[in-house]
Design a protein around this ligand. Sequence first.
Ligand code: GLU
Length: 295
Amino acid sequence: MRLAEQSYRGRFAPSPTGPLHFGSLVAAMGSYLDAKFHNGKWLVRIEDVDCQRAMPGAVSEILTVLESFGFEWDEEVVYQSRRSDAYRYALSVLEQRNRIYPCACSRKEIADSSIRGLGGLIYPGTCRDHPPRGKESYAMRIRVTDEIILFHDRIKGSYSQKLSSDIGDFVLRRADGIFSYQLAVVTDDALQNITHVVRGADLLDSTPRQIFLQRLLGFPTPHYLHLPVVTNAFGEKLSKQTNAAPIQVENALPQLIKSLQFLGQPTPVEMMEGDIASFWQWAQQNWRVHRVPSS
Ligand code: GLU
């Protein structure tokens, strides 16, 4: 399937582990403007696949902020927590193709015998060669290959990984039954016909894993654009863990302007006197990807 011939479908996929912070606003805005500039559709998907990490009330807070900031999504919001059947199906396809295996190693066993890769510890492959016996709960891992996975990011250019030495066999379903982010995002992007993924560069190193899964599952690979990550004064990525300040529903316009500036787009002084609708109209018409800083 040639993506260029399809109409653009983008998405913003927040995890409701806390309220939106400035970094999430930048990701929402980048994905929204790129979709709207291309006359595309923009979808919101709540990534609550890991229900243990979801914070009560965060979903409605996130949607309220998006709405009051003037974001308009084109289809009903999708919740990963309601899509287990789709993930189970994707996993069963990989199982039929003999690409996954059960793993009963504990965190400690893995920590004791692994080396560090790009996405954390590289699983040493213990259960790949010696299937676990007699354990009740086990994770499901995918067997990666030596193939080099290369893709072109619209901002960052070429990026490649050899999953066997950079990442290792990764988990698709945890021992507690929760499907992994990688499996969920690949399944959802495909089933929602997402053609363009615009998200933070903290996910750049997840993209080869996702492309690997897409190929095994026969899904098309979307176009990728990884936006610069917003950091705090200590150089840490804004997140709940680094105590990023939540976006305030009040005073949307200055926060929108700040986010547009972060994305390297011009912000004429008159913008401040206008309203949210005129902000978006101007920002959509004048969006240029080449102005987004690469880091
Ligand atoms: N849910 C992820 C996050 O909040 C984003 C996933 C994605 O855009 O692929 O960081």
